[in-house]
Write a protein that binds this ligand. Structure first.
Ligand SMILES: CC(C)(COP(=O)(O)OP(=O)(O)OC[C@H]1O[C@@H](n2cnc3c(N)ncnc32)[C@H](O)[C@@H]1OP(=O)(O)O)[C@@H](O)C(=O)NCCC(=O)NCCS
Length: 216
């Protein structure tokens, strides 16, 4: 069984390792940078436009949620597996959507719903009854307490904490180490403890569309 991963980045290498642990015997990458020939031990065989013609299962390993969404929706006829590291703990009473990766040491507790195209990164936790909408990224070591709702495409930064029963709007960025203790209804970048909206003039990439065009 072979998996084609789009995005030959460090994140892609982690996804490839998990895919092998999940039973894929072979991995190949697609990437739009023609100077990249391999990703770890796996070959880069062409550009992302080839995704339409591959017959393998497909996985989008791109940090930018808008690109992840566009690519998944553009290949809706393909199978996108949920990749769950064997050393992650996902409750049998939780649900994880297609094209989502749950990395080593992560915990998804009973009643939690994680949408499609999400990243539950290394040692992150999603507690009971959370609703994590599509294309959300919960970064390394971030903790989401019980019954939290996180809107589509929101990025929770490394080591951030979201207190229980909070709702966070779609398309937000929660900075590394932030502590969210109140509902967030307005799209924005939020930092600090307690988390407060960041002045737009301070956002280095201008905040355009709010989601930084970064790769992980
Ligand atoms: C919040 C964030 C998106 C802002 O990025 P940015 O616009 O490039 O911000 P800058 O680094 O230019 O910093 C701008 C100001 O905000 C402050 N700041 C930035 N991030 C902060 C954070 N997480 N907490 C507190 N203050 C922060 C900076 O100190 C700086 O303050 P100053 O103007 O008083 O000097 C980014 O810092 C961040 O936290 N990203 C998350 C990264 C991450 O978790 N990666 C995980 C991948 S798994």
């Amino acid at each position: 069984m072979k998996l084609t991963i789009i995005g030959a980045s460090g994140h892609g290498r982690v996804v490839a390792d998990i895919a092998v642990l999940c039973g894929y015997e072979e991995v190949e990458f697609l990437d739009d940078d023609p100077s990249i020939n391999n990703c770890g031990r796996w070959p880069v065989v062409g550009a992302s436009s080839l995704a339409q013609s591959v017959e393998n299962d497909l996985f989008i390993a791109i940090g930018n949620a808008k690109i992840r969404k566009k690519m998944m929706e553009g290949s809706s006829d393909k199978k996108f597996p949920a990749l769950i590291h064997p050393k992650a703990v996902v409750s049998p009473e939780a649900a994880v959507g297609s094209g989502t990766v749950v990395m080593a040491g992560a915990v998804v507790n009973p009643g939690a719903r994680v949408g499609k195209g999400c990243i539950i990164n290394t040692c992150a936790s999603v507690d009971h009854d959370c609703m994590i909408e599509d294309f959300v990224h919960v970064s390394v070591g971030a903790h989401i307490a019980g019954a939290v709702r996180i809107g589509e495409r929101t990025w929770i930064g490394a080591g951030a904490t979201v207190s229980n029963s909070i709702a966070i709007s779609q398309d937000c960025v929660i900075g590394a180490g932030a502590v969210v203790i109140n509902d967030i209804e307005i799209k924005g970048v939020y930092i600090g403890m307690p988390a407060r909206i960041m002045d737009k003039s301070k956002i280095s990439w201008g905040g355009g569309g709010l989601l930084r065009p970064y790769n992980v």
